[in-house]
Design a protein around this ligand. Structure first.
Ligand code: GUN
Ligand code: ZN
Length: 438
């Protein structure tokens, strides 16, 4: 981890962020704020404003000149598993077999404090190297893995929402807790981390099949008791999984309803996937304010299904985007958006660059209740910033050279760029990643 801290600097580049949800149109309306060749002013880790590059800048500002590059707010990944860097790109299975064959065995390693710490640091550094400065993260069931993850994020100044995974059935013995041990560990971790620096704690129900009713009740109780807690889980990802939940919870109307019955849905709830939902589920998500973390590369890789983004949004529910590594195949939110475009294209819907990039920045910030801190280049927000090359190499360079119009250019970037395009990343104004750009 490298870090360079300057108390007052001006960053020059093409600034792109969003003042509101841009909708699904290609024309850049008022919600798209593109400020080519501007200085973004940062003081004490906070964005102070922006000036055109022609405007005079007094000598007190240290200049960081990235002219000709794209400056975006740091990406927000609303669903990712830290220990699953170990199983990314594992061959040949759908969700339930993938968990049993690859993921559960790998997660058992994180009972070891050394593995947990090394894994957490590797993961946080990798997130930053992919331009993700905020994330909602699963560690493992082991308290030490949650501790290590939150400590690693804290050391890097990152905004992170995470919590020890709850699972007291239907997994190997090395990955099981109990209602009592889970409550004790969760309370200790909440005490240590919730609200500390840029961290918040999430009650982390792995998914309905791996928690007993008593454990779900315990999670709901803590959600009511501790202000500001998040809840993260999975829902309706895979058809065999949905069928299993129906057998395990015959009294529930649907998979989503299992969480609702235990008081786990609300504005702080982040549920990954949400592919196999019905109208009543969509209405319930809208009524409770819970968000679906759409994970396109995972849904394609595990053959889970095609996410109905428009139906959910038309019902009034919130959608964010997520890598879901290791079901997902990359930590890059740019690659994730390129996959999201294809998932929608298969259903006749076209994801614009505006909608995609908004959802991965300010949209996620709003859905998480963190718009005051992250997701945009507004004055007053923390300076979580990423500087990207518009193109690297002849294919991207040529495509951008012939692009006419702003959407064509930004869409080509969203489709062709990746983490190698990251030139510099700042977290709360501290440079945490810097590529040698010559
Ligand atoms: N459902 C329960 N656990 C997991 C997981 O680790 N990844 C994915 N994609 N789905 C899950
Ligand atoms: Zn997941």
């Amino acid at each position: 981890m490298t870090a360079t801290s300057r108390s007052k600097f001006a960053l020059r580049g093409d600034l792109l962020d969003f003042t509101a949800d841009p909708g699904w149109g290609v024309e850049p309306g008022a919600a798209v704020r593109f400020r080519p060749d501007h200085w973004l002013l940062v003081e004490d880790g906070v964005i102070r404003g922006a000036h055109s590059s022609d405007a005079a800048l007094d000598a007190s500002w240290t200049r960081i000149d990235h002219r000709g590059r794209l400056v975006l707010p740091g990406f927000v990944d609303t669903h990712v598993h830290a220990p699953q860097l170990d199983v990314i790109a594992s061959f040949g299975t759908e969700l339930l077999d993938w968990l049993n064959t690859y993921t559960f065995p790998a997660e058992q390693r994180y009972a070891d404090p050394h593995e947990a710490q090394a894994g957490a640091e590797r993961f946080c550094d990798a997130l930053l190297a992919h331009g993700t400065t905020s994330a909602v993260v699963f560690p493992t069931v082991h308290k030490v893995s949650a501790d290590a993850l939150l400590a690693a994020a804290h050391a890097r100044g990152m905004r992170m929402v995470a919590g020890k995974v709850l699972m007291d059935r239907n997994a190997p013995p090395g990955l099981l807790d109990t209602v009592d041990s889970a409550e004790r560990d969760s309370r200790e971790l909440i005490e240590r981390w919730h609200g500390r620096g840029r961290l918040a704690y999430a009650m982390t129900v792995r998914f309905a099949p791996t928690s007993t009713v008593a454990q779900l009740e315990m999670a709901g109780r803590l959600m009511r008791e501790v202000p500001g807690l998040y809840m993260q889980t999975h829902v309706a990802e895979n058809r065999a999984e949905v069928e299993w939940v129906r057998e395990l919870f015959p009294q529930a109307r649907s998979y989503l309803d299992v969480y609702h019955r235990h008081g786990l849905l609300g504005r702080q709830a982040v549920l990954a996937h949400g592919i196999w939902l019905d109208d009543a589920d969509r209405a319930l998500l809208a009524a409770t304010g819970a968000q679906i973390a759409h994970s396109p590369s995972s849904n394609l890789f595990l053959g889970s299904g095609l996410f109905g983004w428009r139906a959910l949004e038309d019902a009034g529910a919130r959608v964010s985007v997520a890598s879901d590594v290791g079901g997902g195949t990359s930590l890059s939110m740019i690659r994730t958006l390129a996959e999201a475009y294809k998932v929608q294209a298969l259903q006749g819907v076209k994801l614009t660059a505006w909608k995609g990039l908004y959802t991965a920045t300010r949209g996620a910030a709003i859905a998480l209740g963190l718009d005051h801190e992250i997701g945009s280049l507004e004055a007053g927000r923390l300076a979580d910033l990423c500087v990207w090359d518009w193109a690297l190499g002849p294919v991207g360079e040529r495509r951008l050279a012939v692009a006419t119009g702003l959407h064509e250019k930004v869409f080509a970037w969203m489709t062709l760029a990746d983490e190698r395009h990251l030139a510099e990343a700042f977290v709360a104004g501290v440079a945490r990643v810097r590529r040698d750009t010559g």
